[in-house]
Write a protein that binds this ligand. Structure first.
Ligand code: GDP
Ligand code: MG
Length: 188
């Protein structure tokens, strides 16, 4: 009969890495290609039960302000958890993510649980069937990984972050991110 523990979670990361897609996948179990950018700040909730404890995520998604580098500290103030995202096919987005991690570690709640998430795992060659690769070659659409798992994972452990590679498109590892964060939220 224990009440769900409310947990404020914020998303940070460069525009178009898939923040909104990840949240919509987790909360609504769906994915839409070419979704409209969020208008206004989006707020979604979802429960997650791990080891007899239920966490109720209160998830704040940005309205795309990250495009103008103008996410106010107010956005992440009091957050108990943060997902900092990058796109594994675009290395500049990892640099941006590292900047956000520094800012959170300097300015946010000292107990904050931060997960580094490399998204768009479905796009990388090693993950695809040969048939898909052939199709990519034919239409010139091949995409390759620009951030290795090892590089990002080494950075994450050095910085004390949880780390996952995900695909909002296929749902790979999406629930795992939220479950692992829930496990790491301190008990009171
Ligand atoms: P945001 O700006 O970080 O919120 O990113 P969005 O969720 O709006 O996604 C930006 C674009 O990337 C959209 O066209 C999405 O369909 C696409 N996208 C998001 N996640 C994935 C993914 O896991 N795989 C692929 N292939 N595309 C994705
Ligand atoms: Mg968005």
């Amino acid at each position: 009969d224990r009440r769900p523990v409310p947990v404020k979670l914020v998303l940070l990361g460069e525009s178009a890495v898939g923040k909104s897609s990840l949240v919509v996948r987790f909360v609504n179990r769906e994915y839409a290609e070419n979704r409209e950018p969020t208008i206004g700040a989006a707020f979604l909730t979802q429960k997650c039960t791990v080891d007899d404890r239920t966490v109720k995520y209160e998830i704040w998604d940005t309205a795309g302000q990250e495009r103008f580098h103008s996410l106010a500290p107010m956005y992440y103030r009091n957050a108990q958890a943060a997902i900092v995202m990058y796109d594994i096919t675009k290395s500049s987005t990892l640099d941006k993510a590292k900047g956000w991690v520094k800012e959170l570690q300097r300015q946010a709640n000292s107990q904050i649980v931060i997960a580094l998430v490399g998204n768009k795992l479905d796009l990388v060659q090693e993950n695809r069937s040969e048939q898909n690769e052939d199709a990519d070659e034919q239409d010139g659409n091949g995409t390759s990984r620009q951030v290795t798992f090892e590089e990002a994972s080494a950075y994450a452990s050095e910085a004390g972050l949880l780390f996952f590679e995900t695909s909002a498109k296929t749902a790979a590892n999406v629930d795992e991110v939220f479950r692992e964060i829930a496990k790491n939220i301190p008990h009171d």
